[in-house]
Design a protein around this ligand. Structure first.
Ligand SMILES: Nc1ncnc2c1ncn2[C@@H]1O[C@H](COP(=O)(O)OP(=O)(O)OP(=O)(O)O)[C@@H](O)[C@H]1O
Length: 502
């Protein structure tokens, strides 16, 4: 839902959706104007025909014409309304099939890991079968609509011509009258058909765009206040005061969080998985608004400033970096589109990715593939760091910024991040405690509340949750290093065993 609102916020900002709506509305307006223009002469024509039949040939001719026209319109409206539900089923099946196709293509690796290609193909095929059935029904129902209209008009005409034919036989009418009545009826059928067509098209068009109108009804989670001001950034001091937040009212995530990140300092948030660490960064970026309490930057409540001005001053290295399907240079320059080539190269050097890029045959012009799939997790993260370097924001959020890196690379990246975060207000969200030893303050979050806080040394001295997490991680690292050494020795053993004896 959040992603959806974000996408539509973007759409609205770029005017994409409004342009489509505008075009659609203009199209409908044109059709309605067209219809009115055509309905009016049809109405006059019907009136004239009715008067001529009534005055010239008697009430029965008028009655049959009126009943035919009334039946024709009634049937067209009813049948078109009936077709709408079929059309809606077709649209829903189309959307369903597209969603399934995109979902399985995006998750192609998972599909392959589990060898579920056939299952995915079957799921798509089922949706397509529903679509095919509904699409066939749409056209079959159109056939029935046209058939019904033809039958009604044909019956009316037949009755009139029978009456007129009998009158000719009786000598009350001439053959000229018979031909005249036939011609009048035929003339009436053309505009009637046209009105039927237009009514059908309008109803169909409105059904096709009703999902778009539904989407317009979706309210974005965060809206700028009508009197929202630009954030005036000074040194970038952050303050969380008694913040309560829940994605779902039934499940509170943050329960009265208060802490400060003084200007230019680094505060780290650690804690068990699901404690609400990343939620803090989402709130700071204002993807959501707090339910109570306040978050301020340089004493300005985030709810009183525009989202655009807020996001301009914050740089984010997220947990999962997603790249655009373009070149490495494009993805780095995304941090500041106006950056020069030299600045892009320097940012890559700071993020320790320039060596890797230089060894690529196409260097900075290498395409990274959809969502950056041609790069490893660590490489993607370094691109994310490089573009944040380029953005040079006064406030920095590092959300598990070194999570995808091995211990050696982590150390190198950590050095780079230390340079980037120097004199910048930085909020680090981390799992690996080794990356936050140097933080000015470490907040230990547990089940949405602050369990402990202090510097690394203070927290170790407290011998509480942080100390136990630290000991566990140290043991894990030692075990990992031991295992690595054993493997290296074993590899050597294999090499020695395979070496030819002299
Ligand atoms: N968009 C969302 N809608 C509903 N619940 C959510 C949403 N995002 C996160 N949550 C829930 O909020 C809780 C806190 O999530 P958060 O991502 O802040 O945890 P975290 O401490 O960063 O965890 P981790 O270390 O595993 O990344 C989790 O239990 C998660 O299931």
């Amino acid at each position: 839902m959040h992603e959806l609102s974000l996408r539509f916020h973007l759409e609205r900002k770029t005017g994409g959706l409004s342009r489509i709506i505008e075009r659609g509305t203009k199209g409908i307006e044109t059709i309605v104007r067209f219809t009115i223009l055509n309905t009016f002469p049809t109405f006059i024509e019907f009136l004239l025909t009715a008067i001529i039949f009534w005055r010239g040939y008697g009430f029965s001719y008028l009655a049959v014409t009126a009943v035919t026209v009334w039946l024709y319109i009634w049937f067209t409206v009813k049948a078109s309304d009936w077709r709408i539900s079929i059309r809606r089923t077709m649209n829903n099946s189309d959307t369903d099939a597209n969603t399934k196709a995109i979902d399985s293509l995006l998750n192609f690796e998972t599909v392959k890991y589990f060898g579920n290609e056939e299952m995915e193909a079957k799921r798509f095929d089922q949706s397509m079968a529903r679509y095919e059935k509904a699409a066939t029904s749409v056209w079959t129902s159109l056939g029935w609509l046209n058939f019904g209209q033809g039958v009604i008009f044909g019956l009316g005409t037949t009755v009139m011509l029978v009456i007129s034919g009998l009158s000719v036989l009786n000598g009350h009418q001439t053959v000229g009258d018979f031909v005249f009545i036939n011609a009048m009826l035929l003339q009436l059928s053309v505009p009637l058909n046209f009105i039927g067509f237009v009514y059908r098209e309008i109803r169909q068009g409105l059904t096709d765009i009703e999902e778009m109108f539904d989407l317009l009804e979706v309210k974005p989670e965060v809206v700028d206040a009508p009197d929202a001001k630009e954030l005036v950034i000074g040194k970038g001091a952050i303050s969380f005061k008694n913040v309560h937040f829940a994605y779902d009212p039934a499940r509170p995530i943050l329960k009265g969080i208060s802490f400060e990140v003084p200007a230019g300092k680094t505060v780290a948030v650690v804690g068990p998985s699901g404690a609400g660490k990343s939620t803090l960064s989402r709130l700071l970026y204002r993807f959501y608004d707090v339910q109570s309490g306040t978050i301020t930057i340089d004493n300005q409540d985030l709810r009183t400033v525009t989202q655009k001005s807020l996001r301009k001053v914050i740089g984010m290295v997220p947990q999962d970096t997603v790249l655009f399907n373009d070149t490495i240079a494009y993805n780095i320059r995304y941090g500041r589109p106006s950056a020069s080539e030299g600045e892009v190269t320097t940012a890559a050097e700071i993020a320790q990715i320039s060596d890797f890029i230089r060894h690529l045959p196409e260097g900075f012009e290498t395409k990274v593939g959809e969502r950056g799939l041609k790069l490893s997790g660590g490489e993607k993260q370094r691109v994310a760091i490089a573009r944040t370097v380029l953005k040079a924001p006064p406030v920095l959020i590092l959300d598990e910024a070194t999570s995808a890196l091995d211990t050696t690379t982590e150390r190198e990246i950590q050095a780079a991040l230390d340079i980037v975060s120097k004199n910048r207000t930085t909020l680090v969200i981390a799992h690996r405690l080794s990356t936050v030893i140097g933080a000015d303050e470490i907040i230990v979050l547990k089940s949405g509340a602050i369990a402990e806080r202090g510097t690394h040394a203070d927290l170790l001295a407290q011998n509480g949750l942080y100390a136990s997490m630290w000991n566990r991680q140290r043991e894990a690292t030692q075990a990992e290093e031991h295992l690595k050494q054993v493997r290296e020795n074993d590899d050597l053993g294999v090499v020695n065993r395979l070496a030819p004896a002299n």
